[in-house]
Design a protein around this ligand. Structure first.
Ligand code: NAP
Ligand code: GLV
Length: 315
């Protein structure tokens, strides 16, 4: 009989219960190792399950067959200089994750579009202040940076609410009712027609700092920005400057240069910025365990696992 495979679940101990149950359910014959036993078991670990590996961990795992990322974005793993460039890396792709992110994006688009902050402020003063929409829905153009798994579902949901939706990606897309812009050459015209800009790109060498002063200057005056991708996409000082000068109307940010967002960050108390703590879409442990079990089974059969990351491309 073949040896059971060994998986290292690299999540802080407070979270391991959350993930371990579903992994045991979907991989009943595997040996599941927690962070606390990683050093003692290093040579026997076949598969690493992680989101942002602790420094030095990858270097200590000499016999890894593959890494499974607990999230959609693999930047935290690829940033580790010890990640072997030829090792299979799988990311998490699931309808449940896209759906959660689409809910987050739709909610924050609507909070801005419907002027909800104005009504919250009026309620706080016991004031009955009626006001029409600032811009009609069918005249509101939403631009989505990144028309991949998640961006596409967001685009479809917003299109179904009658917004004018466009998407920007590397390759041209065909999504019903959504205009597709592709490549660096089409970024400027895409931005020029984005009253609300939503970032759902992976963080790569090409997209690092893409939300910067130059980008904001290309957006129409009064545009609103939602960043639910990675903090590295945004030059935070440029955003605050563009809002304070009145060029941008405001922003919703779920991700930050430094997480947790430091208590002294000006973003916390900015009156036109909404801050959420990287919760736009949280991986469902059962869905992740199912995907990992399918990936492990494929690799053990000598086949490629689904959702393998193209390391050279970075996503
Ligand atoms: P995906 O399916 O890989 O889609 C990425 C999209 O970005 C693709 O359309 C791709 O274009 C485009 N893209 C990549 N590099 C580009 C470039 N240089 N220029 C133009 N377009 C480029 O990724 P996903 O599953 O939708 O996830 C997107 C990101 O969301 C993740 O990487 C992660 O950072 C973030 N995320 C955040 C949360 C949260 O809670 N805040 C949760 C989940 C995910 P092509 O299609 O042409 O390749
Ligand atoms: C979360 O940030 C993810 O990448 O899934």
């Amino acid at each position: 009989m073949s040896e059971p495979v060994t998986l290292l679940l690299d999540v802080p101990s407070g979270w391991s219960g959350h993930w371990a149950g579903p992994l045991r359910e979907y991989l009943p014959h595997a040996r599941l190792i927690g962070q606390e036993d990683a050093a003692a078991e290093a040579a026997r670990i076949d598969y690493l399950v992680t989101f942002r590996p602790r420094k030095g961990l990858l270097a200590s795992l000499a016999n890894l067959k593959a890494v499974f990322c607990l999230g959609a974005g693999v930047d935290g793993i690829l940033a580790d200089p010890d990640f072997p460039r030829d090792l299979p890396l799988m990311r998490f792709v699931d309808r449940s994750l896209s759906r959660e992110l689409a809910q987050y994006v739709v909610m924050h688009v609507l909070i801005f579009h419907r002027g909800q902050r104005y009504f919250d402020a009026a309620q706080a003063m016991n004031k009955w202040r009626q006001r029409p929409l600032v811009r009609r829905t069918e005249d509101t153009r939403i631009g989505i940076l990144g028309l991949g798994e998640i961006g596409t579902m967001c685009a479809e949901r917003l299109r179904d609410l009658d917004f004018v939706v466009t998407g920007w990606s590397r390759s041209r897309k065909s999504v019903a009712g959504v205009e597709s812009f592709a490549g660096a050459g089409e970024l400027a015209p895409f931005l020029a027609r984005s009253d609300i800009l939503v970032c759902l790109l992976p963080l790569t060498a090409e997209t690092l700092g893409i939300l910067n002063a130059k980008t904001f200057a290309l957006l129409p005056k009064g545009a609103f920005v939602i960043n639910a991708a990675r903090g590295g996409h945004l030059v935070e000082a440029d955003l605050v400057d563009a809002i304070d000068r009145g060029h941008l109307a405001g922003a919703t940010l779920d991700v930050f240069q430094h997480e947790p967002l430091p208590a002294e960050s000006v973003l916390w108390n900015h009156p036109k910025i909404t801050v959420t703590p990287h919760i736009a879409a949280i991986t469902d442990p059962r869905a992740a365990a199912r995907a990992i079990s399918e990936g492990v089974a494929a690799i053990e059969r000598g086949e490629p696992a689904p959702h393998r990351v193209d390391i050279a491309r970075g996503y």
